[in-house]
Design a protein around this ligand. Structure first.
Ligand code: CTP
Ligand code: MG
Length: 400
């Protein structure tokens, strides 16, 4: 005997206001195709679904038809105008379901992650009992809160609570009657199960999965995308990591303060330069600008500019961090090595790291500062100057 099949009704006529995009969320891309395309594909590839009718706002009938065409939805038999509420949209699509279909599966266009197996399980349960709902047990402890004062009134025991999803599948005659009665009574619910329950019909619960996310807010796109990547065996999205290097050297001269890593270090000479000649920070700035392919310190802060005379080099560091962020990149780490024969740098390293981290706006663990001598082998070894090498890594996250 052939298993009973259902006609699917897909409410897709909302505005997606909570997502905050001017376009209906169902037409926004999720892992390469519109949210609605994913939902339709699950229904298309479920053998228990015989036909699909979508409710859409009249001005979106064209885009919805195009989505279905591109996704290869051969079971689509109609697109009807939606209503002011989800319930009204379902009612209109339901009235377009031919009487030849004894079962109707209602599935939100906003649930793109449903699996064909879940749809089939709901249809099978409704074929048995007349009505079914896909649902998951509630895991959070629920509180009833007074909207007036924002205080908890009582705790609701969750042992018997389930969160309803879609699909929800019903005998067509029950669902028609449930909608007609609700319309006559002016009763509005957020799901169809509620309407059928009110007629006193039993509804079977089919255990679902937390992965069957309803796209409601912007963060749901990221969650859904993660789940889809996992299902495709792609693992988490890996950001592109970029590396930049920097180098600088300055001569030591009498009569100048020695500033290294934004910290005044007591010494009998200081580094010569147009700004405060903080060789460590200059190398870091070039490393960051290099990682972001944003030029170099000489181009951004020309020494011909009198504004930079004796300037605090932390200004350059802050600006370099801005250049990185303006390019939608994130500073992952910076590491600098100071090359100096004298004085001892180690006691100042913790403060340098803190100053650099503050200027970059990153946690201090992302900043490393080291120092070395060259054992008297070159000009820095001879104490004539200091040099610094630096490396920076930045992440370029995938577009959302
Ligand atoms: N829906 C509908 N007709 C409406 C309102 C909603 O067909 N008048 C559909 C939505 O397109 C969605 C489903 O019902 O597929 C669930 O509704 P919801 O998640 O609330 O979507 P929106 O109403 O679009 O979003 P929002 O409430 O944030 O505006
Ligand atoms: Mg809504």
């Amino acid at each position: 005997m052939r298993a009973t099949r259902a006609a699917a009704v897909v409410p897709a006529a909302g505005r997606g206001e909570r997502v905050g995009s001017p376009q209906n969320k169902l037409l926004l891309p999720l892992a390469g195709s519109p949210v609605l395309a994913h939902a339709l594909r699950a229904l298309e590839s479920c053998p228990a679904i015989a036909a699909i009718i979508v409710a859409a706002r009249p001005e979106e009938h064209g885009p919805v038809a195009a989505v279905a065409r591109t996704a290869g939805i051969a079971k689509l038999t109609g697109i009807v105008p939606g209503g002011e509420t989800r319930q009204e949209s379902v009612r209109r699509a339901l009235s377009a379901v031919p009487a030849a279909h004894p079962l109707v599966a209602v599935h939100d266009g906003a649930r793109p992650l449903v699996t064909p197996a879940e749809v089939a399980a709901c249809v099978a349960a409704a074929a048995d009992t007349g009505a079914s709902v896909l649902a998951v047990p509630v895991t959070d402890t629920l509180k009833e809160v007074d909207p007036e004062d924002g205080r908890v009134r009582r705790t609701i025991r969750r042992e018997r609570l389930w969160a309803a999803q879609t699909p929800q599948v019903f005998r067509r005659d029950w669902l028609l009657e449930a909608h007609a009665r609700a319309a006559a009574q002016g009763y509005v619910a957020t799901d169809d199960c509620d309407l059928v329950e009110r007629l006193g019909h039993p509804v079977a619960v089919v255990p679902g999965s937390l992965e069957n996310v309803k796209i409601t807010g912007p963060e749901d796109f990221r969650r859904a995308e993660r789940i889809l990547r996992e299902r495709a065996g792609e693992g988490p999205a890996v950001p592109m990591v970029r590396v930049g290097s920097g180098y600088d050297a300055h001569r030591l001269v009498p009569g100048r303060a020695l500033v290294l890593g934004g910290v005044r270090v007591p010494y009998d000479r200081g580094l010569a330069g147009h700004s405060d000649a903080d060789v460590l920070i200059h190398a870091l700035v070039d490393a960051l600008l290099g990682a972001a392919a944003a030029g170099d310190i000489g181009r951004l802060f020309p020494s011909s500019d009198p504004a930079h005379k004796d300037a605090d080099s932390r200004i350059f560091l802050r600006r370099a961090a801005e250049c990185v962020r303006e390019r939608r990149m994130e500073i992952l780490s910076v590491d600098a090595t100071l090359v100096a024969q004298e004085p001892k740098i180690a006691p100042f390293v913790p403060e340098m790291r803190a100053v650099i981290a503050a200027a970059l706006g990153v946690p201090v663990e992302r900043v490393s500062v080291k120092a070395t001598t060259t054992d008297g082998l070159d000009d820095t070894g001879a104490g004539e100057g200091m040099a610094a090498h630096a490396v920076a890594t930045v992440a370029q996250h995938a577009m959302e």
